[in-house]
Design a binder for this molecule. Sequence first.
Ligand SMILES: C[S@@+](CC[C@H](N)C(=O)[O-])C[C@H]1O[C@@H](n2cnc3c(N)ncnc32)[C@H](O)[C@@H]1O
Length: 171
Amino acid sequence: MSEVAKSFAEVRKNIGGLRKDLALQGLSNIWMRETARYKYSYNFTWLGLPIIQFPQDILAMQEIIWQVKPDLIIETGIAHGGSLIFYASMLELIGGDSHVLGIDIDIRPHNRIEIEKHPMFKCITMIQGSSTDEENRFMTLPKEGGRCWLHWTRITHMPMCFGNSNFTHPW
Ligand SMILES: C[S@@+](CC[C@H](N)C(=O)[O-])C[C@H]1O[C@@H](n2cnc3c(N)ncnc32)[C@H](O)[C@@H]1O
């Protein structure tokens, strides 16, 4: 077994231990609840823009993105745009022709200005509208060489949706 494989095996064992430790889970829930009083998850930025996430979640997203290597990431809920920039920067590091689609019911003008002037905006499209509206069920995303049809049924307010190059599957 390689050293990396050994490390992954140890991580799986550790996670198994955490899963069974109800007392620790209770403490974690208390920690989350109490930090929310101070809007802890609002304390961070990604490449200069506020990102409303727990740092550990950002790290986990990075792991998923690296494993999945999506060519499209859809985010419902843009706010200041830090997470859009995060996804775009991850896709840029992976390389290839990839895109981030952000949907928000209310894209505030000052946020739009900051996002549009960011170097990572080159692979971001923003749509104002509700992610749960039926009329947003079919959307088009301009892409080199034509149009990709995004097809979804009902995307509720999810932190992240992965797309791949086959847009015939609703997700
Ligand atoms: C917590 S913020 C998003 C934070 C952002 N993803 C980040 O990581 O920085 C929630 C956002 O969801 C948007 N929102 C709420 N309901 C929505 C809906 N039905 N469709 C799209 N966006 C919605 C709000 O306008 C707000 O900007």
